[in-house]
Design a protein around this ligand. Structure first.
Ligand code: IMP
Length: 180
């Protein structure tokens, strides 16, 4: 049953599950013989990441970073503050950075710079959703689940003011929720 605050469902539960399973198989193939470290960007990536790791048939480790971008809620400034850093060094590790959605690209661009300075053996970027229309900063995504329309979407980890992360699908938020 669709949530009353949604305009429409954009990616339903089985579509998400199929694509996440494909991505997991692709990562397992690409990293065969290695032990990648998957880094989730809190909090949006958590639902995607926990499903994704269960589809990767490899030895692997996970870690998390929590960041927030300066600026107001609608425009990313590109200045990102780290609230929770990684537990361990990533030097010489094969790192896969996991995001929920890439919009302007400023957050991932900033995180990429920070992580590269820590000298991982490799760094690949993985995002469930890509909103290319809003891109300000080019980011080199190795794994993308879906290209997303330039609407505000919630569910499957994605929030609006902290809510809707637990919806088992991704939907477009209705305008009445924005107060518009
Ligand atoms: P970027 O720096 O503009 O690429 O920001 C990416 C971050 O903005 C994501 O990790 C989300 O937290 C947030 N974001 C961008 N678009 C959406 C959306 O449609 N729904 C929910 N969060 C979004």
């Amino acid at each position: 049953m669709e949530h009353a605050d949604l305009e429409r469902i954009v990616f339903d539960t089985s579509t998400l599950a199929d694509r996440v399973a494909q991505m997991g198989r692709q990562i397992a193939t690409d990293y065969h013989g290695r032990t990648p470290l998957l880094i989730g960007v809190l909090k949006g990536s958590v639902v995607f990441m926990t499903d994704l790791v269960r589809q990767i048939d490899l030895r692997l480790e996970i870690d998390f970073m929590a960041v927030s971008s300066y600026g107001d809620s609608t425009r990313s400034s590109g200045e990102v503050r780290i609230h929770k850093d990684l537990d361990r060094s990533i030097e010489d590790r094969h790192v896969i950075l996991i995001e929920d959605i890439v919009d302007t690209g400023l957050t991932l661009h900033f995180l990429t710079k920070i992580l590269r300075a820590r000298k991982p053996a490799s760094l690949a970027l993985c995002s469930l959703l890509d909103k290319p229309e809003a891109r300000v900063q080019t980011v080199d995504l190795r794994y993308v689940g879906f290209t997303c329309p330039n609407d505000f979407v919630v569910g499957y980890g994605l929030d609006y003011r902290g809510e809707y992360r637990n919806l088992p699908y991704i939907g477009m938020l209705s305008r009445h929720v924005y107060g518009g």
